[in-house]
Write a protein that binds this ligand. Structure first.
Ligand code: NAP
Length: 310
């Protein structure tokens, strides 16, 4: 009988209890899973979320893996007490949510929907938007989420360019990588979507210089992490008319402080970190599959590289 410690915040336990027990039963794994932990040295696996119960992992001497419920790991990856393998979440339902958020906000800006939804003077302006094939989109980050969004945008006809850390060949996608590829990937992009993790290398990747490479009037969508953008540079580019709009889901400080300029800026849309939530039913299956793998001596899925930071 395995001992699983649900250290992802008590408030989440009611949503996860039944899906976790069901996924364990379906996988034929005998385990006791609980949000209580009487003896850290008896825990086999930790199901984790930042802000939960654990800051110090050192008493969990038997733990074979820490299974993070979030895709982003910046709040745990640098924890010096964490010596166990760390897995991040790649949840098909979370991915579906991200694809929908990115498609929805891309189409809003692409079609200029605001002109018709907010039209207090009843202006009759029959200007047609371009079609998708005429609107280049660049995605920074070609991981689980970036690739899924790229595929969906391509299905609608958008020419998609992607950028990551390492070289990639993905059908129909122009891929660039590394510092040298960033300028090429961003130059003349009309929509840029940020789906990078927050690491020392990715912070302020959109800054005064890189924002200037975008097409005039470009739209920025950030469902990645707030630290990817230099906020002041973004606001300056919006105020100067270089950018058309920024739709932001993530921020350096969350909740976004009431006095932050993003709230009041007419060309910024704030969504409250809701682009893609981990869904208990599908995420429980991912967690349990990793436990099954570890028990069977198979490689873990979605293992975090502690040196890379993601
Ligand atoms: P992932 O699979 O780990 O992919 C990360 C991508 O970023 C990879 O393509 C990686 O390149 C690239 N990358 C990392 N460091 C880089 C660097 N220094 N230069 C260039 N590219 C770099 O992550 P994911 O599952 O797609 O998730 C991406 C991020 O989305 C998460 O880290 C999280 O911050 C955010 N997120 C937000 C929400 C929300 O609700 N707003 C929900 C889930 C996730 P390689 O492919 O070359 O390794």
């Amino acid at each position: 009988m395995l001992t699983l410690y649900f250290a992802a915040g008590r408030a989440r336990w009611p949503a996860y209890e039944a899906p976790l027990r069901k996924a364990l039963a379906e996988a034929g794994i005998a385990a006791e899973v609980s949000p209580d932990c009487a003896d850290p040295a008896a825990v086999d696996y930790i199901i984790f979320a930042p802000g939960g119960e654990i800051e110090d992992f050192s008493p969990f001497t038997r733990c074979k893996a820490v299974l993070n419920l979030w895709a982003g790991v910046e709040k745990i990856v640098g924890n010096p007490t964490l010596t166990q393998p760390l897995c991040r979440m790649v949840d098909p339902a979370l991915t579906a949510g991200m694809v929908e958020w990115v498609l929805g906000h891309t189409l809003r800006h692409h079609l200029g929907m605001d002109r018709h939804i907010i039209n207090p003077t009843h202006e009759w302006d029959p200007t047609s938007p371009p079609i998708a094939t005429e609107r280049p989109v660049t995605i920074l980050g070609l991981g689980a989420l970036g690739q899924a969004c790229a595929g969906a945008l391509q299905t609608l006809g958008f020419p998609v360019t992607g950028w990551g850390r390492t070289p990639k060949e993905i059908a129909g996608l122009r891929c660039y990588h590394g510092a040298s590829g960033l300028k090429t990937a961003l130059t003349q992009a009309q929509i840029v979507v940020l789906l990078l993790p927050n690491t020392p290398e990715t912070q302020n990747i959109l800054n005064v210089e890189s924002l200037d490479w975008l097409a005039d009037g470009a739209f920025v969508l950030n469902p990645g992490r707030g630290h990817l953008i230099d906020d002041d540079a973004l606001l300056a580019a919006l105020d100067a008319g270089k950018l058309g709009h920024a739709t932001l889901d993530v921020f350096r400080t969350e909740p976004l402080p009431q006095d932050h300029r993003f709230w009041a800026h007419p060309r910024v849309t704030v969504t409250p970190h809701i682009a893609a939530e981990t869904r208990p039913v599908s995420a429980s299956r991912v967690v349990v599959e990793n436990i099954r793998r570890a028990q069977a001596g198979e490689p873990l899925l979605h293992l975090v590289d502690r040196l890379r930071g993601y």
